[in-house]
Structure formats: structure tokens, C-alpha cells
Write a protein that binds this ligand. Structure first.
Ligand code: HEC
Length: 177
């Protein structure tokens, strides 16, 4: 491996490994026994095939009708900024419930958005963070049993979607090496 590659890959690897470890340590809300899985609408076949995270299979809008006007405006910014590369479902159903976590992830997304030639302004980032923080308090920490049941159901469906994909792959002829 030449040096230029090493200098690019190493920070990426450290960030990725750190992110994964941290998700496990603090990212998820504590599991408690809740009611049976909440009624979550089934994701379309297209989304099931493309899902990379369990969160991709959940709802891709938030009902903000009861949120304060300022947070409803922030939601507009968030919905635009955070659905450019993946559906909004990925962050709506992510297990993060902490502003520091969102800051970390948005920094990551910013690097990616930068690669696409579109950077978020400081004002946009603040709006996104304000929305996510309020949404965490209301929908995730505010109704923990419902949110946890939904998380479990989405994880179960994600496993099933992966099995489906594996079966399809196994039916395909092996590529010639
Ligand atoms: C330029 C493209 C792009 C934009 C814009 C973008 N994302 Fe992402 N996002 C990605 C990619 C690629 C991944 C998967 C790889 C990864 O996690 O690094 C991802 C993954 C995620 C994840 C999964 C977490 C994980 O473990 O990696 C979350 C949560 C997320 N994005 C939230 C957001 C939020 C919130 C915004 C808006 C501020 C946003 N994204 C905007 C490209 C983008």
C-alpha cells in the first residue's frame, strides 16, 4: 500500500471503528421490556432491497403537527438536508437520542455532502440539530416503550430482509473467477 492511500484510509478506518464502538456503548437507548411491537407500516419492496440499516425500513416522515412552530421550521431544513443521499427514515429511526451524537454524525455526513459538492451551512446544521434534539425528547425519550418496540420490530424485519437477499444471491450462478 502506498503512503497516500495509508494517510487517506487510516483516518477513515479510525472514524468508522470509533463510530461503531461508540454506537454500541452509548448510542442505543437502554432496553426495557415494553409492549409488543408497535404497528409499523411495512416498507416497500424497493426499500427492503436497498436497506443498509434497520432504520431504513421505518417511517420516513415525522408528524410534527404538535411541535412548536420553530421546530416545525427546523424540520423543513432537516427533511431537505438529510434526504439527499438516503431516505429520511435512516435518521428518523436511528437509535441516537443525544445531541452530541447527532453532532458527530452530522460531521460525518458533512464530509460526505462535501464530496457531493453540497455543504450544509452553519445555520442549516443548527436547525437540523435543534429539530433532532426536540424530536429525541418527544418521540424517543418521551415515549421510550413505543420507540423501543419499534426498534426491535425494525431490527427483526431487517434480519428478514437480509435473509431474503441472501437467498436470492444463493440462487444466482457463481461468478467465474
Ligand atoms: C452526501 C450524502 C449524505 C447526506 C447529505 C447525508 N447522509 Fe447520512 N449517510 C450517508 C452515507 C453514505 C451513509 C452510510 C455510511 C456511513 O454510515 O458512513 C449514511 C448513514 C447515515 C446514518 C446511519 C448511521 C451509521 O451508523 O453510519 C445516519 C443516522 C445518517 N446518515 C444521518 C444523516 C443526517 C441526520 C443527515 C442530515 C444532516 C444525513 N445523514 C445526510 C450519506 C449522507
Amino acid at each position: 500500500m502506498n503512503k497516500a492511500w495509508a494517510t487517506r484510509l487510516l483516518p477513515a478506518a479510525v472514524l468508522l471503528a470509533g463510530g461503531c464502538a461508540a454506537w454500541r456503548l452509548w448510542g442505543e437507548i437502554p432496553v426495557s421490556t415494553g409492549p409488543a411491537a408497535a404497528a409499523v407500516p411495512e416498507a416497500s419492496e424497493e426499500r427492503r432491497k436497498a436497506a443498509l440499516f434497520h432504520s431504513d425500513l421505518g417511517p420516513d416522515t415525522v408528524d410534527v403537527s404538535s411541535y412548536p412552530a420553530a421546530r416545525r421550521r427546523d424540520y423543513e431544513v432537516y427533511a431537505r438536508a438529510c434526504s439527499r443521499c438516503h431516505t429520511l427514515a435512516r435518521s428518523i429511526n436511528a437509535p441516537f437520542v443525544n445531541r452530541a451524537w447527532w453532532e458527530f454524525y452530522i460531521a460525518r455526513m458533512r464530509v460526505r455532502a462535501g464530496f457531493h459538492g453540497e455543504t450544509l451551512t452553519k445555520k442549516e446544521i443548527k436547525a437540523v440539530l435543534e429539530f433532532l434534539q426536540h424530536d429525541d425528547q418527544t418521540r424517543k425519550l418521551g415515549r421510550p416503550e413505543e420507540f423501543e418496540a419499534q426498534q426491535r420490530e425494525l431490527k427483526r424485519r431487517f434480519e428478514a430482509a437480509l435473509d431474503e437477499r441472501m437467498e436470492r444471491l444463493q440462487k444466482q450462478p457463481l461468478p467465474r473467477l
